[in-house]
Design a protein around this ligand. Structure first.
Ligand SMILES: Nc1nc2c(ncn2[C@@H]2O[C@H](COP(=O)(O)OP(=O)(O)OP(=O)(O)O)[C@@H](O)[C@H]2O)c(=O)[nH]1
Ligand SMILES: [Mg+2]
Length: 395
């Protein structure tokens, strides 16, 4: 296990370790805690894109015996693998649930005991479930204070009499994490919480790995872009089901203010993923142009007309038609926004190129509506909203 950088992911039960691993690898590989059972055994998951191997561990409780069991399990597992000349684990990601607003001394101690096996490996604290960016500073400070207190009390087994590997890492920071990074690995079902922080986590990780294990800048850049794309798509899929739910209540779809509001929220969330400033004048223009090009009234009328022409559809309730059309509209807008924001982010298009924006939005809208119409037609005019929405989301 020395070809890739091995990172041990540790932290209390339910902190979000497995979710984080799935987000970083972009695969649903690690089992998620469903409230009854979480990760039970250590297991390694590799990233296909980066030179990383993430080791998922069993979450521990705050009780003494439980943390002892974690320490024992880990020590056993590590001893079994401690044979090569390079340390088996090169870094530790310590997951702390940001929404819990608390980091106990025992939790820090458990992690530090395990860490001791590898002497000075760097620790990055991942503030998981960082739903609210405006609470980041407060949460980072909470972690710093908890670590400072632990180091000051001098019961931390860290760094005592040991050479400091990283010369730039000052002595008073001994035992402190090399970085504290707020992460939201998975979007919330409610709209505005955009997944974030994974790119920063990867950058910090690369920075603190030995040169031999580092990825190339090119690989990190490609990874970053792929993440952004995935996040934009995930948000679009979530917004699409919300839109279908909104459409399923009696309303006049072409005039729907609710739908336009959802579009605006989705577009600004996607802009946020690409770190574009939505308050910037030029960005405002881009966003307005996307909404205008995909105007709800126009697209809804077009889609409804096409659907109504399919034999068998005449008998279908208006709310079912509305649900499908609402979903299609928001999906088309989200996908178009992803393409547009990425090009702006890469500097490949000029924000003033409104014709191009028009073309992208119209193209996406047309193809999404076309896809829905084809699905309904091939199903003899029957509409299964859930199935259609799900199949839109699949790439
Ligand atoms: N929306 C959202 N939910 C999250 C996130 N991270 C964790 N969760 C939820 O928190 C719960 C626990 O997540 P896990 O990833 O299984 O936590 P764990 O640390 O691996 O748990 P153990 O293996 O039991 O220690 C699950 O319901 C996840 O869906 C996140 O970034 N966003
Ligand atoms: Mg787990």
């Amino acid at each position: 296990m020395t070809d890739k950088a091995n990172i041990l992911v540790m932290g209390p039960a339910g902190a979000g370790k497995s979710t984080l691993i799935n987000a970083v690898t972009g695969k649903e590989v690690a089992r998620i805690n469903d409230g009854r059972r979480g990760t039970e055994k250590l297991a390694a998951y590799e990233s296909d894109e980066l030179n990383l191997r993430l080791i998922d561990s069993r979450g521990f409780g705050d009780g003494f015996w439980d943390s002892q069991k974690t320490i024992r399990d880990m020590s056993r597992w590590m001893r079994a693998g401690l044979k090569g000349d390079r340390p088996l684990i090169q870094m530790l990601w310590f997951c702390v649930d940001a929404s819990s607003k608390h980091l106990s001394a025992r939790t820090i101690r458990t992690v530090e005991f395990v860490k001791r096996e590898w002497k000075d490996i760097p620790v990055i604290v991942v503030l998981t479930k960082s739903y609210f960016p405006d609470e980041d500073q407060e949460n980072i400070k909470m972690v710093e204070d908890a670590f400072r207190k632990a180091t000051r009390n001098n019961w931390l087994p860290v760094g005592k009499g040991r050479p400091i590997r990283n010369k730039e890492h000052p002595a008073e920071n001994k035992g402190m994490p090399v970085a504290i990074i707020p992460v939201l690995a998975k979007p919330l079902k409610s709209m505005p919480a955009v997944p974030r922080g994974i790119e920063e986590l990867i950058k910090a990780t690369e920075e603190h790995l030995d040169d031999a294990l580092k990825d190339s800048e090119e690989a990190v850049y490609r990874y970053d872009l792929k993440r952004k794309r995935m996040n934009a798509h995930a948000l679009t899929v979530l917004a699409t089901s919300s839109a279908a739910a909104v459409g399923a209540v009696p309303l006049n779809l072409p005039d729907s203010v609710v739908l336009s509001t959802m579009e605006t929220a989705l577009i600004s969330s996607i802009a946020k993923i690409y770190k574009l400033d939505k308050k910037d004048d030029r960005m405002q223009k881009v966003m307005a142009r996307i909404i205008e090009a995909g105007a709800v009234s126009m697209t809804a009328k077009m889609a409804l007309n096409q659907l109504k022409m399919i034999p068998g559809v005449a008998n279908i309730a208006a709310d079912v038609l509305n649900a499908v059309v609402a979903g299609a509209i928001v999906f088309g807008i989200g996908e178009a926004s992803g393409v547009i924001m990425e090009k702006v982010y890469l500097g490949e298009i000029d924000e003033e190129n409104l014709d191009w924006i028009n073309k992208v939005v119209n193209g996406k809208m047309g193809s999404v509506v076309g896809k829905v119409v084809r699905m309904v037609a091939s199903n003899d005019g029957k509409i299964n909203v859930k199935e259609i929405i799900e199949s839109l989301g699949k790439k």
